[in-house]
Write a protein that binds this ligand. Structure first.
Ligand code: FBP
Length: 551
């Protein structure tokens, strides 16, 4: 394989890990846990995996002999920097437990388990992927693991390979399904444990025990580098407003983190828009107001960050999308009818099959955006927000408003736009030191949970704003993170998504500064991720985590 000089050097990087998981380790069980909400329902649905204690690993004096482990690993959902390091952490962890241990990777995501497609991950393969971005070592996919027939198919291969455990590396939906799988295997006494690892660049799989999902650090560093470069361009040419949509299907953590790093003129935070019940028109007015005031100072340029999920947080759009999700839910009669219609008749048909209010909103949207809203849902039933060009929708609406105001003599500036969408650019970047260390530690910790016979747990590594040696490694019962939510028109147990908290330190800090950033150009240019150099340049994690940990 041809690799760059940087890749060659980076391959030698030895991730830093908590000192509690190096060498001999003992497990400390804490208090029994409860789900975050809907305790009775969750307990009924997960009788075998509910209420388990929290787990923490500590350095032990004695070394005990531990049997070899056979482990299967699955990458699920969107790519996130550091996935390869989770896998190398599991590999090194199980070999450390017993050199006879073996690791198998299921190919192409959860479907690999059902279709029995796998490879054995040997030292040669693992060494090639250490500290690299991407999920290409075994591939990923979005197949949902949720039917008992799929679990039974998976068990066939697990038995053939004599697997002790499966590790599912995924976001909130995939870890929810991992927990359902753990419960099922526990119920039928299958002898296969299931452990989850928190992955998603979106940063919305986090709670008291899971500080952050991996990939968020690297992805936001990549986007912030690009935003910084665009800010320099904007400030040099002084002729464009750059509308930048940033990934993050639901939560605005990515937009907020990038704003904290780069100080752009406008950043929309979906959760705030929802809390203030702002309409699309009000969001547009808010943006136009800043653009007008900057123009009055002679600044006909700027940068606006727009979270990908925004559209679903604008109350009238949220109702519309939820009606569309129900109407077009996969396999429904309506969906079949819709798919048989001529493309030119589809939008009118939709307007007839939703509430009057939503039909009004739907009809007011530009055709392109309305069509994007009707495209196929992802396998979890969610509208694919990455396909909706919110940045263009807002840009066009701001332009119309400014033209109206110009006619009334209330705006005399210029408004030229450039549109960008940053998402895929950051999902497979080579992991930052933080993600390389965090991911490797998550994988290594998962192997400890497996060795202790645990199932239905997520690998947890905390205290990560401290030096890695002081990080706290352990496990959290997945049921602890669950509540009941409506999915596909039915109430389901799911891991509670962590949205941006408007009372949280990161948002409050941003809110206290955004006024200055809007009008006095105070751009910050973070530059590229540094892999070699002083700790204070290479190791720090996100502003979000730093502000959260200060509380
Ligand atoms: P996960 O939640 O699976 O980690 O994926 C996150 C994400 O990158 C979102 O930010 C984005 O909306 C979505 O994946 C895009 O999905 P796809 O890769 O299927 O286009």
């Amino acid at each position: 394989m041809n690799i760059s000089a940087l890749q060659k050097e980076r391959a030698k990087y030895q991730p830093k890990v908590p000192k509690s998981i190096v060498g001999s380790v003992k497990m400390i069980e804490g208090e029994n846990t409860q789900s975050v909400a809907d305790q009775d329902e969750i307990q009924k649905l997960f009788p075998n995996t509910y209420g388990l204690p929290l787990i923490r690993f500590e350095a032990a004096e004695e070394t005990k002999e531990r049997p070899a482990l056979n482990v299967g690993v699955i990458l699920s959902g969107g790519q996130a920097p550091g996935g390869h390091n989770v896998i190398s952490g599991i590999f090194d962890g199980i070999k450390n437990i017993n050199p006879e241990s073996r690791l198998f990777g299921f190919l192409g995501g959860p479907s690999g388990l059902i279709e029995h497609k796998y490879i054995e991950l040997t030292k040669e393969i693992i060494d090639e992927y250490r500290n690299t971005g991407g999920f290409d070592i075994i591939g990923s996919g979005r197949t949902k693991l949720e039917e008992e027939s799929q679990f039974d198919k998976g068990l066939e291969i697990a038995k053939d390979l004599a697997l002790n455990a499966l590790v599912v590396i995924g976001g909130d939906d995939s870890n929810t399904n991992a927990c359902v799988l753990a419960e099922y295997y526990a119920k039928i006494d299958a002898g296969v444990q299931v452990i989850g690892c928190p992955k998603t660049i979106d940063g919305d799989l986090k709670n008291e025990m899971i500080e952050t999902s991996f990939g968020f650090d690297t992805a936001t560093k990549v986007y912030s580098e690009l935003i910084g470069n665009i800010q320099r361009d904007a400030n040099s040419a002084k002729k464009y407003w750059h509308f930048i949509k940033l990934m993050g299907r639901s939560a605005s953590h990515i937009a907020l983190e990038c704003a904290l790093k780069t100080q752009p003129n406008i950043t929309l935070i979906s959760e705030e828009v929802a809390a203030k019940k702002q309409t699309l028109a009000e969001v547009v007015e808010y943006m136009a107001d800043i653009i007008i005031k900057r123009a009055e100072d002679g600044n006909n340029f700027g940068v606006a960050l727009i979270p990908e999920g925004l559209i679903e947080f604008i109350p009238e759009m949220k109702t519309l999308i939820s009606e569309l999700n129900d109407l077009l839910s996969e396999g429904s009669d309506f969906e079949k009818e819709f798919k048989h219609l001529k493309k030119s008749h589809r939008l009118a048909w939709i307007a007839e099959h939703i509430s009057e209010e939503s039909a009004k909103v739907f009809k007011s949207l530009p055709t392109g955006i309305a069509t994007q809203l009707t495209l196929d849902r992802d396998p979890h039933g969610n509208v694919q927000v990455s396909l909706i060009e919110t940045e263009k929708l807002l840009g066009e609406m701001v332009k119309s408003l400014l033209e109206e105001l110009k006619d009334k003599g209330k705006f005399s500036g210029k408004f030229g736009t450039q549109y960008h969408f940053f998402g895929y650019e950051g999902r497979c970047a080579a992991p930052s030191n933080y993600d390389a260390d965090y991911c490797y530690s998550l994988g290594f910790t998962a192997s400890g949970l497996i060795s202790e016979g645990k199932t239905g747990y997520m690998s947890s590594v905390r205290n990560t704003t401290a030096p890695a040696a002081e990080w706290i490694a352990g496990g959290v019962p997945i049921t602890m993170m669950m509540n009941m939510e409506k999915r596909h028109g039915h109430m389901k147990p799911v891991i509670q998504k962590a949205l941006v908290e408007l009372e949280g330190a990161p948002f409050k800090y941003f809110a206290s500064k955004r006024g200055e950033w809007a009008f006095n150009t105070q751009f910050v240019y973070p530059g590229p991720i540094q892999y070699f150099g002083p700790t204070e340049v290479c190791d720090p994690t996100t502003e979000t985590l730093k502000l959260e940990q200060q509380k």
